[in-house]
Design a protein around this ligand. Structure first.
Ligand code: 0PR
Length: 379
């Protein structure tokens, strides 16, 4: 740090330069984040100093959080006091870590606990394994890249405390058979966490015949991220447990705060994210989100049709607004798209394919431009 501070103008000029080096989302086809909604930004700014780590000081924000949990609860068919059974996290990673922590705390009787999840699970679960003594067992996938139920069953033993299923996988946007996982969890009397970090704000706004939430008896916790498809600001994640007692398992005594218990992983916690999520959910409502999702799905369709005309298929028929294009030499094509045309796409691991997430900042015109460049890149 320098001895004397710089002026506001000098700082703003430095920030402007730094910001100009950042990528703006227009050519970003690899991200699950997007521009937040204007009202989310306004709310975020208004609550910028609010700390949910010490909620007694911020009862107004705390009340907004209860209301957000109520809205999550309604979306996810929660039946038992959702406002007492979760909180706004920093994102999918924290939610997933905390869901597993709760399982572990609930089953203290098992010392060498293991959890079974699909190979397609997000890497946040590997962080849980690294943080705790829990063994993470990965079940194989079927031809459609959904978790294989026989594989899950074969991995269960007397130390298995829970299962994880994914409603909207990170790489392919595939939906695991949560209904069947729920049956299995009930049969074995173990937990079932559903990672709907991405799908949670997509699936309810589509016409899909698919159950994945608390409507299913076996589902005991869920991750659902407002900073992805809900257009809230970063860091807004959501974690909801079926029963308040599973949430209470996360309790830590806080001797000198305005409240004497805390459940979150972080201490200081953004009240701005709470206000932002509240504001955008209230503002858009179901109708608003249906429009966001249907626009993304129509752009998704346009991409798939356009790629087909270039002779490029998809690894699976896209279920959500995530497309994996089956191009030969995907890594090389990705590099050309970036170096020669400035497009950011990512690559799936197995099989290696061009992964494109159609977020709300991607419009039909974006896809038209992209397809032209893709045609050049595959030559
Ligand atoms: N669960 C699922 C199913 C996810 O897809 C993700 C993130 C998480 C959990 C973790 O969420 P947080 O990142 O909020 O902790 N999936 C994206 C990914 O890792 C996140 C992302 C977002 C990556 C924007 C890049 C990017 O530009 O691919």
């Amino acid at each position: 740090m320098e001895e004397n501070g710089k002026t506001k103008e000098e700082i703003l000029a430095i920030l402007k330069k730094a910001k100009s080096a950042d990528t703006s989302y227009e050519r970003v086809l690899s991200s699950m984040c997007t521009y937040p909604h204007e009202i989310a930004v306004l709310a975020h700014t208004q609550f910028i100093e609010s700390n949910m780590g010490d909620p007694g000081l911020f009862p107004g924000t705390f009340d907004l959080e209860r209301q957000v949990l109520g809205m999550f609860g309604e979306m996810l068919h929660h039946k038992n006091s959702p406002e007492k059974a979760g909180y706004i996290t920093t994102g999918g990673t924290e939610s997933n870590i905390q869901a597993i922590r709760s399982m572990k705390n609930f089953r203290r009787d098992i010392s060498k606990a293991n959890i079974i999840m699909p190979q397609s699970a997000h890497f946040s679960f590997d962080k849980v394994a690294n943080l705790s003594e829990i063994e993470i067992r990965k079940a194989s996938l079927d031809d459609l890249l959904k978790v294989d139920l026989d594989s899950v069953r074969s991995l269960i033993d007397e130390n298995t405390i829970g299962l994880v299923g994914i409603a909207g996988t990170t790489e392919f946007g595939q939906l695991d058979p949560i209904n069947e996982l729920s049956e299995l969890a009930i049969e074995k009397d173990i937990f079932l966490h559903v990672d709907a970090a991405f799908g949670g704000f997509v699936i309810p706004f589509m016409d899909l015949d698919y159950s994945y939430d608390f409507k299913l008896e076996g589902v005991t916790s869920m991750t659902i991220d407002p900073h992805k498809m809900a257009l809230s600001t970063i860091p807004s994640g959501g974690l909801l447990f079926k029963e308040p007692e599973y949430f209470e398992c996360l309790e830590i005594h806080t001797p000198y705060l305005s409240v004497n218990k805390q459940y979150s992983l972080t201490g200081t916690r953004s009240g701005a994210a709470v206000a932002s999520t509240y504001a955008v959910m209230k503002h858009l409502g179901r109708e608003g989100y249906k429009k966001v999702v249907s626009d993304c799905m129509s752009v998704t369709k346009k991409l798939v049709e356009g790629a087909d005309k270039l002779g490029i298929g998809t690894v699976i028929d896209p279920v959500l607004n995530i497309v994996a294009l089956d191009v030969p030499e995907a890594d090389l094509v990705r590099k050309k798209l970036l170096d020669e045309h400035g497009w950011h796409v990512s690559i799936t691991r197995d099989p290696r394919a061009l992964r494109i997430v159609i977020m709300p900042h991607i419009k039909n015109e974006t896809i038209e431009l992209f397809l032209k460049d893709l045609e050049k890149a595959i030559k």
